[in-house]
Design a protein around this ligand. Sequence first.
Ligand code: F6P
Length: 509
Amino acid sequence: MTIETLQSLAKDIRTHALQDLAAASTDPVVQGAGWKTDSSRQYLTPEINSALLAHASEVDLKGAIDRLFNAEIVNPSENRPALHWALRLPPQSDLTQSEHVTTVKALAKAESLIQSGAFSAIVHIGIGGSDFGPRLYADAFADHQVEGLDLRFCANVDPLDLDLALRGLSPSETLIIGISKSFGTEETLYNLGRARTWLESALGSEKAAEHLLLVTANLDRATVWLNGVSATTLDMHISVGGRYSIWSAASVAVMTGFGVDTFKAFLAGAAEMDLHVKSAPIAENLAARLALLDYWNTSFLGFGSRAVLAYSRRLRMLPTYLQQLEMESNGKSVGPEGADAPLATAPLLWGGEGSVGQHSYHQWLHQGTHVVPAEFILSPGSHSDAEGVEALTAHALAQAEVMANGRSLDEVKAEEPDLPDHIARQKVHPGGRPSTFLSTHELTPERLGALIALYEHRTYLAGVLWEINSFDQWGVERGKTMATRLKPALSGKEKADDPTTRRIIGQIR
Ligand code: F6P
């Protein structure tokens, strides 16, 4: 019933000025776990919100939340629960803690690495969910890195990536941490193999093994790869998805690089958001409301992308992190039963660091022919230099206001009466660009944990609304298989099947 209602409500809502809709908004702010969201500058009315909430109860969004936290099979194609939330449960909780133990063991390993002081450098090798989270965390808290420990990252199969990660390091003082849930990812195995050779040529194979730490859910493959030498391994739980694994042993390098107390605070913040999402009624539930908004903007208003504008140096990597979380989770068109998704699913997620983006794509956001919902994330903090914080905050507020309210031709002419008409017209801002404002006072480890947990739950609930499985990723397999098939064509041993591929190989060989 409500899909038809939503479709008819979507018909003329875009003819309304966002300024008027914002003024008429009856519940603009939702808050939880230290975060506030203001969605009054979205194409929403009290009637649309009611219809969205009616849809939420029709699809039993609350039940979906309960199924997740009851460790039910929410990933049907792999017949698994999704247990990322269990990694951040407070230690005393009563749930069987096999998954939580993996994080506890990693924290203990990090503590011992810090105490030993045995290494002056750590190189984290992993890709996708085995890279983006730790890299975001390290970038967010770079000013809190443990003294005397150089933390590097390597993800790409381009050999330059590892060259740069190892540049200037000494094998005798370096710990290589290899993260791969499957222990079957080509890029990671390639880089790990090169890094191991780098260690072994300096230290010999036995000693080199002391400089290797492997984190995986596939211990058998790791053991084969180690080929008889004994190196430290840590477990990743099979029911924690790669893009949901920042809470796991995959983060052992940053647990070490930034101290276990910081990571425990990060976990505690996520647990606080879990509590909010688990207990808040749907209408006051941050994750549910943001998921419903994604559903409304994408499947009914037809917005093909969403821009995440992080007005915070600590969050500059968040859009990159969220691209995998949201687009690998919900970039699908067929549901768990094999049926086509009834409506458009996940939008392109892009964005960047504010205010830096204002000197790049904000021209497009303001005056381009495409209208894109934006998400401002502001955590001004209490930096000693108040002037910079004030400027950052003012820019975020100003951008959201101008994007929504625009600047009419009359306003341009009133402010610049001598402008020739053809110039005045080029200074018009059409406005009508919707945005949501997420804010917290300071981006502490707790608040970052809460924010990432919020996006995880929002992603899952949006997947429920789109009737797809957010926890598998069959779409990444074919490309990998094809790359393996094309390698002999690159060396000239075989011809590529596809004529265009064949021609391009000819051009680049
Ligand atoms: O992109 C596919 C993918 O499987 C991601 O889901 C995952 O985070 C990444 O590759 C790395 O996988 P692994 O941790 O198994 O090496």
